[in-house]
Design a protein around this ligand. Structure first.
Ligand code: HEM
Ligand SMILES: CC(C)=CCC/C(C)=C/CC/C(C)=C/COP(=O)(O)OP(=O)(O)O
Length: 302
């Protein structure tokens, strides 16, 4: 009998360790963090034309990844009681009670310390400071502002647009017009991306008391207008990073203009008919737009 108890005990322990690991991963919001890291790789590729050292790539990804994981963890630590009120987030480790808040606090603090140190020592000071700025804006400005004003989105968008610039400076790029162009594309892209989500999750946001564009103006017309404005301004902004390039800039300009127009169309369609289907379409378009733009940028814009 005791043999049976032993064989059963091991898988249970493994399962517990596995679910603990999954909880830590969930604190880092892996899908957002991974896409952020992909943008950093694109920025770095552009600066180095892939003549990069493996050490710098690893240090940049690890450092930026730890900073993003920390920011997302501390955001969930601060919002643990509010997350419990929203269907979308109630199952997260803290609101669901699977993890003690102090555990998340320690994890978030360790990640930001290690991540920042890694960027200072293994990459360069500019990249480390940009990372710290992004972390600070997300944790200390964006997160508390969500309860006060819909302007929170603008602050969140600055934070979310910095990792591509971090990749650029990690690869030796200067804070010049190319860096500004990269920043602007990511900054503007977040308006259609988030206005679609703000519409889809408006009941959740209202239940928790968040001041989002779709809770302070529930018809969604304002959110739709922001989505269209963001996508429209992408048309000139997306051309900036290719200004310094030679012959292939034309191919880049044509392709980027084409799918920015498609993105704009999805935003306009959402503004005109604000329903679940069109909001999902716009969200999906946003998640396709970024990889498409980065691919074209790396192939033809560098
Ligand atoms: C103002 C800035 C932003 C806000 C407020 C925001 C908010 C959100 C929220 C609430 C979700 C979850 C949607 C859901 O559960 O259905 C989400 C999904 C996502 N966001 Fe964002 N986001 C922002 C910027 C970004 C940035 C900068 C990136 C990466 C470059 C990003 C990448 C993603 C990805 C990959 C998803 C996952 C979609 C999925 O679950 O399949 N977001 N965003
Ligand atoms: C290098 C570094 C520090 C990168 C940070 C990147 C980062 C986390 C950007 C913020 C993007 C953003 C505003 C997401 C939404 O959070 P939310 O709080 O609205 O999402 P939620 O409702 O799902 O919690």
């Amino acid at each position: 009998m005791s043999t049976g108890a032993t064989t059963l005990a091991i898988p249970r322990r493994e399962a517990a360790a596995d679910s603990k690991l999954r909880d830590y991963a969930e604190l880092a919001k892996p899908r957002i963090t991974i896409l952020e890291l992909v943008t950093a790789v694109a920025g770095m590729y552009l600066a180095t034309h892939a003549q990069w050292s493996a050490g710098t790539v690893v240090a940049t990804l690890l450092g930026a990844g730890l900073l993003a994981a920390s920011a997302n963890t501390l955001n969930q630590y601060i919002e643990r009681r509010l997350d419990a009120k929203m269907t979308r987030t109630a199952g997260r480790p803290l609101p669901a009670g699977r993890m003690a808040p102090v555990e998340a606090l320690v994890f978030g603090t360790v990640c930001v310390s290690v991540g920042f140190t890694l960027l200072v020592l293994g990459v360069n000071l500019t990249t480390a400071l940009l990372g710290l700025l992004s972390w600070f804006l997300y944790v200390a400005v964006y997160t508390p502002l969500k309860m006060r004003t819909p302007l929170n989105t603008t602050v969140g968008a600055v934070s979310g647009a910095l990792p591509i610039v971090m990749g650029w400076t990690a690869g030796g790029g200067a804070l010049d017009t190319t860096a500004l162009g990269l920043f602007l594309v990511l900054f503007l892209w977040q308006y259609p991306h988030f206005m679609a989500i703000a519409w889809l999750c408006r009941d959740d946001y209202a239940a928790a008391g968040y001041k989002m564009d779709t809770t302070v103006e529930p018809t969604g017309a304002r959110a739709g207008a922001f989505a269209v404005a963001g996508a429209a301004m992408l048309l000139p902004a997306a051309l900036l990073p290719a200004l310094r390039t030679a012959y292939s800039a034309q191919t880049y300009a044509v392709l980027t203009t084409l799918f920015t127009l498609a993105f704009l169309l999805a935003a306009a369609w959402f503004l005109v008919r604000r329903n679940e289907r069109n909001a999902r379409l716009l969200l999906r378009a946003s998640l396709l737009y970024l990889p498409a733009w980065m691919t074209v940028l790396c192939l033809f814009g560098s």
